[in-house]
Design a protein around this ligand. Structure first.
Ligand code: PGA
Length: 237
């Protein structure tokens, strides 16, 4: 199972370091774990800090360039200073709040693909689309794959319904199952994660779904003790 923690705009450099130290201690005490854990801190908190062997660090964002004149952005040269193993692309907050178009998202994807870096590619429908029914949901989700090479071996897909993100209301198990099953038909070998109000109470049911390969966790990852609790549930499922 993949357990990814998306800190979004939370934690400082110092609190991220403390978090990772606590996570390392928890994992050391726990012995061998089956899960692969990925932490996505803020860009300012990326740092070369000792990570437990089952933990890697990812970047929440980057601009698809090596370096150059894009004021305020971070290119690949800067990311390479850290041991970045993954990037998040297509998160709904960037699509909706920062107006990242499908075209731009696809450019970022191509760039990261060329760099052979792990990509967690996010898709998810808004509430209005969900209310129209499953067929509309799937059409919407497939449109979010425009320009995305599904044969990339570094691709992991995260299905995150927009209405379930940060709301405390996860999608129902049945809704998640139907979407993951439909995605699996086209996605072949790419791991598929679910994200959207995942917590220690609902994670076991979610990861028990046949086509679920892990979770992308926002709010419930911010406190290291809660995140460790969630890892325990995954390990014991
Ligand atoms: P959430 O966020 O767990 O707070 O819903 C998930 C995400 O946006 O990746």
């Amino acid at each position: 199972m993949i357990i990814a923690a998306n800190f979004k705009t939370n934690h400082t450099r110092k609190s991220t370091a403390k978090y990772i130290e606590a996570l390392n201690l928890f994992l050391d005490a726990h012995g061998d774990i089956k899960s692969e854990i990925v932490i996505f801190p803020t860009a300012t908190s990326l740092q070369n800090i000792k990570l437990h062997k089952d933990v890697s660090m990812g970047a929440q964002n980057f601009y698809p360039t090596y370096n150059g004149s894009i004021t305020g952005e971070i290119g690949y040269e800067q990311l390479s200073e850290f041991n970045i193993k993954h990037v998040l692309i297509g998160h709904s907050e960037r699509r909706l709040l920062l107006n990242e178009t499908q075209d731009f998202v696809a450019k970022k994807y191509e760039f990261a693909k060329d760099k052979n870096i792990g990509i967690i590619y996010c898709i998810g429908e808004p509430k209005e689309v969900r209310e129209q029914g499953f067929e509309f949901v799937m059409n919407y989700l497939w449109s979010q794959f425009d320009g995305i090479d599904l044969n990339n071996i570094n691709l992991t897909v995260a299905y995150e319904p927009v209405w379930a993100i940060g709301t405390g209301v996860s999608a129902t198990i049945e809704d998640i199952e139907n979407v993951l099953n439909a995605l699996r038909e086209k996605l072949m070998g790419a791991p598929i994660l679910y994200g959207g109000s995942v917590n220690s109470d609902n994670v076991s049911k979610i990861i028990s779904l046949k086509n679920c390969d892990g979770v992308l966790v926002g709010s419930a990852s911010l406190d290291v003790a809660s995140f460790c609790e969630l890892i325990k549930h995954v390990e014991n499922t």
